[in-house]
Design a protein around this ligand. Structure first.
Ligand SMILES: O=C(O)C1=C[C@@H](OP(=O)(O)O)[C@@H](O)[C@H](O)C1
Ligand SMILES: C=C(OP(=O)(O)O)C(=O)O
Length: 498
């Protein structure tokens, strides 16, 4: 059985910056088999937090994800005065009803009860630190511009290189006030000084990220309650041209509906160049809130599940991920269908989905809809017969890092031949198969998915060392501990040097 080594001597699983190892090595072994459930979905947790913050009535989010990406969302909402309790090790989040009101936009705040306690200098925007969470900055930019107030959203250096211009352009057409992206390339920080949105159809580009559209859809029911004249009940949001990562938009529709809003998808009679539109109406509440507070169960994270299914594929084992089936809201469950195409057996049952490794062969696959699993697939492709071509993911260059160029660079270090394309990559394993692969020290570029996916190469290749493993904290702080548990043997920590 494989075994994990870390550069932190005798340490338990990495839990904090103080104990976090700087490098982790997964030692090769036999087939990986077991049952696992990853933590809650990042995408669902952050959507539910936005809806709950602008809902009438308390919401309870169960099975939520607690990680850097949800932490920055919670911190930002608390900074503007939303009352949020987190219990059960972070898995239950209670968002109280008596906090966010949109009726004080004229006081430059979305909040009328506890804003007094929020830290904001007079006549200055709320400073909101978003780290490198794309969902948080895109969803909050839209929601807060609709609610009204003054805000400045900023993040780590990479966040200030990630595009947000299409979203800013869209909001600019309806905002009563101003919104600007401070970097010359249309990237964060974002400054907002808003008295809410005017009525009117909004058009947004969807070729760079679906998060712009999802953000606008979630913001549509939020308008200021005392606007005069009041906003119409229905806002149309139309997509100009291509829309990437489509399943996340379906997810947005379903979350909005759970919190009481109504969504109608429009596919005909659209203006020139528009590919789809959504008519969104707020929940019917007595006091004008856009959403209704609810009890909400969050699915386990399907992107995180991809690593465990891939572990079975790579090692020839059998892994069951519980709590996820094709009925889930997350498109990334579709990753198992890609593994099936490559030769794995996929068995869906009531409890979840079991992947059993088989003889793997390379495939040609469009992963536009499930782009967060491209890195996982690329590592599986190392162990297949023949090349694997991944298409349709040009937008992966704008994520935590350039997930085409940087991924190609790291896979090459392991001995694969990798060709980079504008919209993806081709991974060609060595002619003599995995025997031609070799260990290497792999960089992770502050990208959680780089660390989680590349670590799986260590299940079959000796000497795969993953730098900065604590970057998994963005969405999965316990990843290496969970992987180790799945691998099934007490790990041995040792000091490693490059
Ligand atoms: O809406 C969401 O929750 C997400 C959408 C996707 O982004 P893009 O639409 O930018 O591809 C995905 O990569 C991200 O991890 C989460
Ligand atoms: C792209 C990702 O996240 P975000 O865009 O939310 O930062 C991700 O989690 O892979």
């Amino acid at each position: 059985m494989p075994d994990i080594h870390s550069s932190s001597s005798n340490a338990p699983a990495p839990t904090s910056a103080a104990t976090a190892p700087t490098m982790v090595e997964v030692i090769p072994g036999g087939p990986v088999s077991g049952v696992i459930q990853p933590p809650g979905s990042k995408s669902l947790t952050n959507r539910a937090l936005i809806c709950a913050a602008f809902a009438a009535g308390t919401s309870q989010l169960r099975g939520a994800l607690r990680s850097e990406d949800t932490e920055v969302m919670i911190d930002a909402l608390r900074t503007i005065g939303v009352n949020i309790d987190v219990t059960e090790g972070g898995r239950t989040i209670t968002v109280h009803n008596d906090t966010v009101h949109n009726d004080t936009v004229h006081n430059d705040t979305v909040h009328n009860d506890t804003a007094k306690t929020a830290s904001k200098p007079d006549n200055e925007p709320y400073p909101l630190f978003i780290a490198n969470s794309g969902t948080t900055i895109r969803f909050l930019t839209a929601a807060l511009s609709a609610a009204g107030g003054q805000f400045r959203l900023h993040g780590v250096p990479r966040m200030h290189e990630r595009p947000i211009g299409d979203l800013i352009d869209a909001i600019s057409t309806v905002i009563q006030g101003s919104i600007t992206a401070e970097s010359p390339q249309g990237c964060p920080p974002v400054s907002i000084d808003s008295a809410g949105w005017r009525e009117g159809e909004i058009e947004v580009g969807g070729a760079v990220s679906s998060q712009y559209l999802s953000g606008l859809m979630m913001a549509a029911p939020i308008g200021p309650r005392d606007a005069n004249p009041p906003r119409s009940q229905t806002t149309r949001i139309a997509v100009q041209g291509e829309l990437v990562s489509r399943p996340y938009v379906e997810m947005t529709c379903r979350v909005l509906e759970s919190f009481g809003a109504t969504v109608k998808t429009i596919t005909s009679g659209l203006a020139a160049g528009q590919s789809v539109a959504f008519d969104i109406s707020p929940a019917t509440t007595t006091d004008g809130y856009g959403y209704r507070g609810i009890d909400y169960a969050i699915e386990p994270d399907a992107s995180a599940a991809s690593y465990f299914w891939a572990a079975a594929a790579i090692s020839g084992g059998s892994v069951t991920v519980t709590g996820l089936t094709h009925a889930a809201m997350q498109g990334d469950v579709g990753f198992v269908d890609v593994l099936k195409q490559m030769g794995c057996e996929v068995d869906e049952h009531e409890a979840g989905i079991t992947v059993t490794g088989g003889r793997l062969h390379g495939i040609d696959v469009d992963m536009n809809a499930i782009s967060d699993t491209v890195q996982t697939l690329a590592v599986v492709a190392l162990f297949a017969t023949g090349p694997t071509r991944v298409r349709g993911v040009a937008h992966n260059r704008f994520k935590e890092t350039d997930r085409i160029g940087d991924l190609a660079c790291e896979l090459t270090k392991l001995g694969a031949h990798v060709t980079e394309h504008e919209d993806g990559l081709t991974i060609t394993p060595p002619a003599n198969g995995s025997e031609g692969l070799h260990g290497a020290v792999l960089q992770t570029y502050h990208d959680h998915r780089m660390a989680m996916s590349l670590s799986l190469a260590g299940l079959r290749i000796a000497g795969v060392k993953i730098m900065d493993p604590s970057c998994t904290g963005k969405t999965y702080p316990e990843y290496f501990a969970d992987l180790e548990q799945l691998i099934g043997r007490a790990h041995h920590w040792s000091t490693l040097s490059t």
